[in-house]
Design a protein around this ligand. Structure first.
Ligand code: HEC
Ligand code: HEC
Ligand code: HEC
Ligand code: HEC
Ligand code: HEC
Length: 175
């Protein structure tokens, strides 16, 4: 039996619609999952916005960013230095005191694979601010990764630098 031309285009339309439905289903499946993955639960929720609004500079807690590859996460001693007098009645701060003599096992938010080398010092010395790569952390109640640090993220900015040729050399990031 011959299928009339009109019904062929109906079939095409149906196939296209099915394609769209499948694609959106895949997106819906992937995206909530990626979000859950991107926001690990901290044992003590750390509200950046509260501390930054109180006027505490990023570098007070992450001083490594100007002088070493890693920015560093402050020790419990540093938190307690303030919190023995600030917000002492908060249950969250109560939980903090339980970590007096052991490090808080903070879950990492941003983490490059081990085969990629990155140094904060070089980038911060070039005048890049934290927000360029981390978004507006100072407004966050829960710390999230704003950008995914894939190779394109690094190379897009490197391509705009005066020494772009040197900055796209595989060997500067992978060695
Ligand atoms: C050019 C991009 C860039 C800039 C600018 C930048 N960071 Fe980062 N940051 C990264 C990357 C990439 C990682 C993940 C590094 C890794 O896994 O080795 C990271 C990780 C971190 C971490 C967790 C790991 C660590 O190094 O202790 C902290 C905290 C951090 N950044 C804070 C800051 C602060 C504060 C500033 C501003 C003073 C800043 N960053 C500026 C890209 C950047
Ligand atoms: C330089 C002083 C200082 C340091 C260091 C500091 N904080 Fe804070 N923290 C504050 C101030 C100020 C507030 C806001 C208090 C308010 O809004 O009443 C605050 C608020 C908080 C809150 C919200 C409390 C609540 O329930 O309202 C938490 C949780 C917290 N800090 C955890 C920490 C942790 C964890 C560290 C260490 C990594 C730390 N803080 C280091 C000054 C500090
Ligand atoms: C009072 C101390 C304090 C201040 C001030 C502070 N941070 Fe943090 N920061 C922390 C702690 C503790 C963590 C780990 C908990 C978390 O990830 O929320 C952290 C985590 C981070 C991370 C994620 C690290 C990772 O695992 O990849 C980034 C990025 C960051 N801070 C950037 C900033 C920037 C930018 C500022 C200034 C706008 C700032 N911080 C101010 C204490 C601080
Ligand atoms: C917003 C711009 C920007 C982003 C994003 C960025 N870089 Fe850079 N990067 C620079 C600049 C500027 C320099 C310094 C160039 C110079 O001084 O020669 C640099 C230099 C470097 C160097 C050479 C210096 C050194 O540390 O040995 C490496 C390696 C590097 N970046 C790795 C990375 C990686 C890995 C990422 C992504 C996770 C990244 N960069 C993201 C701007 C950026
Ligand atoms: C500015 C830094 C930078 C430079 C230059 C760079 N890479 Fe990468 N590369 C990265 C980052 C960051 C990742 C991690 C990607 C991720 O986690 O998604 C990566 C991942 C990779 C991977 C693993 C890919 C995967 O899917 O897991 C390969 C392979 C790779 N790079 C090869 C290269 C080659 C070849 C070059 C030179 C042509 C190069 N890279 C130059 C930063 C860089």
């Amino acid at each position: 039996m011959r299928i009339p031309a009109r019904s062929i285009s109906v079939w095409r339309l149906l196939a296209a619609a099915a394609g769209i439905v499948v694609t959106s289903a895949v997106f819906l499946l992937i995206f909530p999952w990626q979000k859950a993955e991107a926001v690990p639960r901290q044992l003590i929720p750390f509200p950046h916005v509260r501390m930054v609004n109180a006027g505490i500079p990023c570098l007070f807690c992450h001083p490594g960013a100007t002088k070493s590859p890693t920015a560093g996460i402050p020790s419990v001693d540093r938190c307690i230095g303030c919190h023995k007098t600030i917000a002492t009645s908060s249950p969250l701060i109560g939980r903090l005191f339980a970590y007096f003599d052991q490090p808080i096992p903070w879950q990492r938010i941003n983490q490059l694979p081990r085969f990629v080398h990155f140094s904060h010092e070089v980038h911060v010395a070039r005048g890049l601010n934290c927000e360029t790569c981390h978004g507006d952390v100072g407004k966050m109640d829960v710390t999230v990764a704003v950008y995914r640090f894939n190779m394109g993220f690094c190379l897009d900015c490197h391509a705009k630098q005066p020494n772009a040729q040197q900055l796209k050399d595989c060997g500067i990031c992978h060695y």
